[in-house]
Design a binder for this molecule. Sequence first.
Ligand SMILES: NC(=O)CC[C@H](N)C(=O)O
Length: 307
Amino acid sequence: MQIKEYQKIITEIYSNIKNVEDIGKVANYIPELGSVSADNFGIHITKINNETFGIGNFEEKFSIQSISKILTLALAYKLEGEKLWQRVDVEPSGNPFNSLQQLESDNGIPRNPFINAGAIVVCDVLISHLENPKEEFLAFCRELSNNATLNYSEKVAKSEKNTGFRNVALCNFIKSFGNIKNNVDKVLDFYFYICSLEMSCKELSKIFLFLADNNFKTHKEKRVITKSQVKRINAIMLTCGFYDESGEFAFRVGLSGKSGVGGGIVAIHPNGFCIAVWSPKLNKKGNSYKGMLFLEHFTTKTACSIF
Ligand SMILES: NC(=O)CC[C@H](N)C(=O)O
């Protein structure tokens, strides 16, 4: 589909949904997230041929939260290879993102890398590989998107550190099973920082092009991960990207995707495009209410789901 056609359809849906009553709530269990204006609504699409279109607050940076779990997974998979799956599984959890429940019966092996438990293990794997995890992970993101302005938010990271009791519990619990190899404070500090990464919809739809374009190379002409790894990360996004609402997202939208409690969602059409939506009010499962609604209309009107 031509970018002009996407532009027309996106503009139309954006205008309709902008005025729909938002039944969601801005996340405030991390106090700093509660300070954003609930009315923000932005969309940006980047095609693999680099044609783009954006509307609304698509250039404003926000806390990408769990969307960063795709980036930590990509780097850990690159560094650790298939051994990674001995530490974290690839099954949908059917449980909330911060749940402790299954970890006991699963002997400290998190169900997938996109729930908090799984992302914490992935952070631990990265710490074992990297000398300066925060700096090197940020450098990876900057290279991937050819964007030196990408950064963490100190405020959000600190705010989460002060209130992240559940994540502290998760990390210690997993450590008790031997599936955290490094110091828990170090792992948690890294986890809180990766969650605090800030990007706009425009930046998000660009950084994830490596999952849409099988021939993607960075500006330094480097391949990021193998084609098989791209396929697998997309598969985990489809089955686990929205926690206990992953089935619903596949059912209503039909793209691989990932949400964050900052209200962002990215979705991938393999060989087509990456689209990012931001609207801070979340539904009960922690996914952006208007973001999901927008994407449902988008794949319906463009007939561009993967099914
Ligand atoms: N779903 C999310 O975006 C959750 C991430 C958040 N930083 C947390 O650990 O609770």
